[in-house]
Design a protein around this ligand. Structure first.
Ligand SMILES: [Zn+2]
Length: 365
């Protein structure tokens, strides 16, 4: 397993490098070939999405389980030079090992184990790996939803939470707004009063927008990027802010959208326009999600693991499937720390139980 994880990690696959992602997808296709019928689907300007129908023991399949992951990482090609693949103090370290090449390897080994031990799996099992998850899943979302609609459960191979590997039974919805202010340019010395500053107006709008955050309800609003103006001696004609939003419930997203749309200029000589909205709906901790977690909890106890659950502020493709009402269990992949960070690593002593848990979940149907 360490060998396969290592081969996955050294095949770098950043979302914005289509050729690199395709090379990784080819590697996964080759690895899956003996155990699945594999096809790939165009991802447009991104790499190809992979859909594999697993060949698992058991006649008479009823229903379908979708295992969901992504082939892309946040790390540019060449990251290995400063962040090499290595085994260190009981961990495998390297770009993308936790998010989420480890989880992909676990799933493949779970399928192999089921075949080698001839353990029956009652459902059809599909593995889908998207090539654009780290950049919002624009090109894969429809495919994810199509395959999820035919499934009675979705298992997401994203990493668990913390060094305990807690599963994710709730994820916030994620959105983005762009707020554009248009004012009127003029000479800051000669004709000051003729101008209407877009920068000043935006500063006021940002104060207002930041107050949309409601920490006790888990709603966060972050004006993360601002831009505007041309020179210090010109009253700025235009300014813009890009704002990230996170909401635990779908209705919080709708309420925020209304608030953004209702923004009015403080200075009547400026205009404010807003675009954007929710990109990923929240994964809400529904009764169906809780049931699926209880099943996993029971199966993990047989492996000597007391599974816990967690909620995350980050989104995954599981957000889309849960929003369709399909029971979705997320965070079933590797256990480690440092996703998207220089110390990204997975715990070697948690590889076996995570793989076994995936196999058991497939057997439980
Ligand atoms: Zn991920």
């Amino acid at each position: 397993m360490l060998d396969l994880i290592g081969r996955f990690v050294i095949c770098e696959s950043p979302s914005d490098d289509r050729a690199a992602v395709d090379r990784f997808v080819d590697l996964v296709c080759d690895t899956l070939a003996p155990v699945a019928r594999v096809k790939t689907v165009s991802g447009g300007r991104f790499g190809r999405h992979l859909v594999a129908e697993m060949k698992l023991p058991g006649r008479k399949k009823s229903g379908q389980i979708l295992a969901l992951g992504h082939s892309d990482t946040v790390w540019p090609v060449g990251t290995l030079r400063s962040m090499p693949l290595r085994n260190y103090r009981g961990r495998v370290c390297g770009p993308g090992v936790l998010d989420m090449k480890g989880g992909i390897a676990f799933f493949i080994f779970a399928a192999r184990a089921l075949r080698e031990l001839d353990l029956s799996v009652p459902s059809r099992v599909l593995l889908q790996l998207n090539s654009d998850e780290e950049v919002g899943s624009v090109s894969s979302r429809a495919l994810t939803e199509e395959n999820a609609r035919r499934s009675h459960a979705v298992l997401v191979l994203e990493p668990g939470t913390g060094l305990e590997g807690r599963l994710k039974t709730a994820r916030k919805g994620v959105g983005a707004f762009t707020v554009t202010v248009r004012g009127k340019a003029s000479h800051a010395g000669v004709d000051f009063q003729a101008g209407a500053s877009g920068v000043l107006e935006l500063a006021r709008q940002i104060e207002r927008i930041a107050r949309f955050t409601n920490l006790s309800r888990g709603i966060t609003v972050n004006p993360g990027v601002i831009a505007g103006g041309t020179r210090s001696n010109v009253i700025a004609a235009e300014a813009r802010a890009e704002v990230d939003i996170r909401v635990p419930r779908l209705r919080d997203g709708a309420a925020l959208k209304r608030k953004f749309r209702a923004l009015k200029p403080f200075n009547p000589r400026c205009s404010v326009t807003v675009s954007g909205g929710l990109n990923r709906p929240p994964l809400e901790r529904s009764a169906a999600v809780r049931r699926l977690f209880r099943t996993a909890h029971t199966l993990a106890l047989e492996l000597g693991i007391e599974l816990e659950e967690s909620s995350s502020g980050g989104g995954s493709d599981g957000n889309f499937t849960a929003a369709l009402g399909i029971p979705t269990l997320d965070g079933l992949g590797a256990v480690g720390e440092g996703a998207h960070a220089a110390h990204e690593s997975i715990l070697i002593n948690r590889i076996a139980d995570r793989t076994a848990l995936l196999a058991k979940l497939l057997m439980a149907g």
